[in-house]
Design a protein around this ligand. Structure first.
Ligand code: ZN
Length: 154
């Protein structure tokens, strides 16, 4: 007898739930970093690709970065079932356009930067109210880590 569509959906849901409740004993380290923020960047890339990624030893490293080398740095781990997907993500170049652009915060050297939308909106507002955009309200960049804003020199 051919199972109905409802049966298939139920089986699929159960399978996913079972996997999520599995203990994480078969974790595999896919990368190590000396800086926790680099590990977080990779974790975000993995999770964007549908892989559950975990960071180990982060607290130890933050308490004393000298320990970082001793314990092999901050480890990014994935479950065994996600290893192949994680490898594909690691092999691919970063899809994040901000990361690829490499605009560094002049204050803290973070790469968590993005164009600040506010000056553009204000420029549009001045265009509507005054008939011309304020030339000094050009695109600025904002650092997500320290909140610093600046105008790129180029
Ligand atoms: Zn910054």
């Amino acid at each position: 007898m051919k199972p109905g569509l409802g049966d298939n959906v139920l089986v699929g849901k159960d399978a996913v739930c079972y996997k999520r409740e599995e203990p994480t004993r078969s974790m595999i380290t896919v990368a190590t970093f000396s800086k926790p923020e680099d590990a977080h960047l990779l974790r975000m890339r993995l999770e964007a690709g549908g892989v559950d990624a975990y960071i180990q030893d982060e607290n130890t490293v933050q308490m004393n970065w000298l320990y970082s080398n001793a314990i092999g740095g901050v480890r990014v781990q994935v479950g065994e079932k996600d290893l192949e997907t994680a490898k594909e993500i690691l092999a691919a170049p970063p899809a994040n356009p901000i990361e690829a652009d490499g605009t560094e915060c002049p204050d803290c050297s973070s790469l968590h930067t993005a164009p600040d939308d506010l000056p553009r909106r204000m420029s549009l507002l001045s265009l509507l109210l005054l008939g011309f955009p304020f030339p000094f309200l050009r695109r600025r960049w904002r650092c997500a880590d320290c909140g610093h804003t600046w105008r790129p020199s180029r």
